[in-house]
Each structure stands twice: as C-alpha cells, then as structure tokens.
Design a protein around this ligand. Sequence first.
Ligand SMILES: NC(=O)c1ccc[n+]([C@@H]2O[C@H](COP(=O)([O-])OP(=O)(O)OC[C@H]3O[C@@H](n4cnc5c(N)ncnc54)[C@H](O)[C@@H]3O)[C@@H](O)[C@H]2O)c1
Ligand SMILES: [Zn+2]
Length: 377
Amino acid sequence: MTAPVRSDPTVVNVALGARSYDIVIGRGVLASLGVRIAALRPSAKAVIVTDDNVARYHLEPAAAALSEAGVAASRVIVPAGEASKSYRVFEQVCEAIIASRIERDDLVIALGGGVIGDLAGFAASVVRRGIDYVQVPTTLLADVDSSVGGKTAIDSAHGKNLVGAFHQPILVLADTALLDTLPEREFRAGYAELVKYGLLGDAAFFAWLEADWRDVFGGAAAREHAIAVACRAKAAIVQRDERETGDRALLNLGHTFGHALEAACGFSDRLLHGEAIAAGMALAFEFSARRQGLIAMADARRAIRHLADVGLPTRLRDIPGPPPSVDQLMDLVAQDKKVRRGMLTFILVRGIGATFIEKGVDPREVRTFLSEKLVER
Ligand SMILES: NC(=O)c1ccc[n+]([C@@H]2O[C@H](COP(=O)([O-])OP(=O)(O)OC[C@H]3O[C@@H](n4cnc5c(N)ncnc54)[C@H](O)[C@@H]3O)[C@@H](O)[C@H]2O)c1
Ligand SMILES: [Zn+2]
C-alpha cells in the first residue's frame, strides 16, 4: 500500500527553458503519478522500466496509480545491478519499448535507482529519435543525484557511463516512502552524495546534517527536507551549466579519488559508489589540508568525522580486501581526469561549503599523499 500524502509535497523546479520540469518530493507522492502524467501529457501511454528488486515492492503501486488515472502502461523488468547498464540490456529495453507500440507522444517511466534512471533515460533519448520520460527514483542516490540533471548512459568496456546522452526528464517524482524498503547499506551510500551538497557549497546544510542525520535515516520530515535541499542545489548548478562545461564539475567532489578506489575494487560489492565517494571526499579534504594548505586541518577533520559517524568509509583501511598499490591508484586517477600539460584536475576545498575546480594539481603531490595514506593504513 502506498502511504497517504500527509502534507503538500515540496516542489523544486529545474528551470531550463523549454526543457524545464518539476521535482516533486514527499511521502506518498507515488499515488499521484498517473494524475500528474495525465496533466502533463493528456492521453499518453507509458512503459514502466524497472528492476526485479524494485518491481517486488513498488511496481504494483506505480501501475495502480497510472491505471486509476486512465494512463495505459506496459512493463519492462531488467535484472537489478550495474551489469544492466550494458549494450545487451539496453537493446532489450529499446526493443521492449518499441514492441509496446510506444509512439512519439508517449513516455517512459524510470522506476528505480540510478541504474534504471540511466538505462531507461538513455533508451528514451534514442527510441523514435527521442521520447519523453519521467524519473521515479527509489534510492537516496537517485533522489539527490542521478534522477536530476538529464545525464543518461550505459557502460562501455572502456569504462562506466561512456555511451549516453543529455536528455532531461519531464517530471521527477521522489516519493520518500519508497526508501523504506531500501537496504540500509544502500541508503548510507546515497547519504554520501547527499552530504556532498553541504560539503561542496552549503555549510549551514552540513551543520544541519551533522545534528539531524539520524532523522534523515529515520524517514521523518527531515528526509524530505534534506532531499529538497539537495535537489535545489543540483538544480541551481544544472541551470548554470547543463552540459558540464564549467561549474557542474563541482558535483564531482570526492569523485576522482572515489572512482579510483571504486575501480581498484573492480566496481564490486566491496565498495559501493557512494561509499567510494565518502572515502574520496575524505581524501579530498585531507589532501586540501595537508598537501595544499588550503583549509585548516580541524575543518577537514570535522567533515571526515561526520562521514565516519554515519558509518561511511573514510580511510583506506575501512575498505575490505587487499589495498591497491600507489601505482595502480595513480593510473586510475590519471584516467579519470584528463591530464593537461602534465597537471591533474581536482575539486579542492577551502572550507566546509567552499570548493573550487583546480586544474593545476601536480601529480607528484597526489602520489606523495596517497603513498602516505597507504602507509598509514
Ligand atoms: N545520471 C547521473 O547523473 C548519475 C549520477 C550519479 C550516479 N549515476 C549512476 O547511478 C547508478 C547507481 O545508482 P544507485 O546507487 O541508485 O544503484 P541501483 O540503481 O543499482 O540501486 C541499488 C540497489 O538497490 C536496489 N533498490 C533500488 N531501489 C530500491 C528500493 N526502494 N527498495 C529496495 N531495493 C531497491 C536495486 O535493485 C539495486 O540492487 C550508477 O550506475 C551511476 O553511474 C548517475
Ligand atoms: Zn557520485
């Protein structure tokens, strides 16, 4: 059963001219899916794309919300997990959408976490040269990050997210009750991307999370508030820089170190993306303090302590399994960010909530820093 809507949902608009859309956030808002779609696209049909985990809990309520509003919908269910962001599953999804007689005016509904949002969004961007889609995020990571901003992709043998398109959704419906069924480890990993908005540009939000993070985990109004703050921050950045030619890169705080750790763990269950980003942000803060002298060590420690308090990994020794070598990490760091005239690009910090893009980081500094961290391990 979908929980009843207890209060008016929070609406955040992403203002991108003709590609503008609302993010509707609240407990129980899934029940309004059909009514909202019928209002946006009268007489449109829909295809719901989801994964087998999400289908178990949330497909029937989503389908019911559509049929109650007279929106005809078919379903495509793919296996859960990053492996579904493949050419093979992408082909299956496109073929299934076409087989369900979807036309240019119809739409795709991505019901799931970031994997489903990226996969279904990319399919929507190319089937019949592009049809509309709606994001119904079911993970905290998708609520605060992947469902907003229009980046869609599948993975290549050369790396993650290398084949994709910018394609904005027409609506994001973030029902915070859907997170009640999410495994706690996945919720905690998504929390890393949530706290990122405080660390990268909003010291007051960070301080609020420090005090109230348990309520965000608990699912009270605090969860809705936190997701709304994050979506507003992401919307503001995407409005300034939709295609990531500048500022949008700030959202990559912790991601250069984080991606290197994720890749060193083989993108496995050893280290979820959000966990890697927590460790990556901790490293970015410490690197900014210790090697660059940009931020007081006490402030860096405060940021790292909060990540550790919620149970996220912040040190290399928190990552299970054999540690990577410094050579391996340096190779991965260099792959992640283009090297310009021998220098690396990093998001560095001057304080909690004060980050900037630094394109002139000396790789030797990074190597020395990582070698020290590996020894401390
Ligand atoms: N497009 C973007 O801007 C963007 C941004 C960040 C991340 N991403 C992508 O997002 C993906 C990661 O997303 P994710 O962390 O949401 O992973 P995910 O979609 O794989 O979901 C994590 C796990 O939780 C399960 N699950 C999802 N919702 C559930 C629910 N409500 N109850 C129970 N189980 C549920 C899923 O089946 C899966 O097993 C990566 O592929 C990443 O590249 C994209
Ligand atoms: Zn991320």
